[in-house]
Design a protein around this ligand. Structure first.
Ligand SMILES: [Zn+2]
Length: 69
């Protein structure tokens, strides 16, 4: 019974660590300026995390990706 509980908490900790890692990666990478046109990305948008393009360029990019499919 004790072994079973140990295993369960180990798995729980692994999940928690993985979740924290994913979160750190996700929030790490917002650019201050748009990669495409160099326009400043609004702070509200940068707060999302992983933002590299302004809304306009992101929209164009997504439209392109859809077009290629
Ligand atoms: Zn842009």
């Amino acid at each position: 019974m004790a072994d079973f509980a140990d295993t369960a908490s180990e798995i729980e900790q692994e999940c928690l660590q993985q979740a924290l890692q994913n979160r750190a990666q996700f929030s790490a990478h917002s650019h201050f300026e748009c990669d495409e046109c160099g326009e400043e990305i609004p702070e509200q948008r940068r707060a999302i995390g992983g933002v590299t393009h302004c809304i306009e360029c992101q929209t164009k990019l997504e439209a392109k990706q859809k077009h290629f499919r």
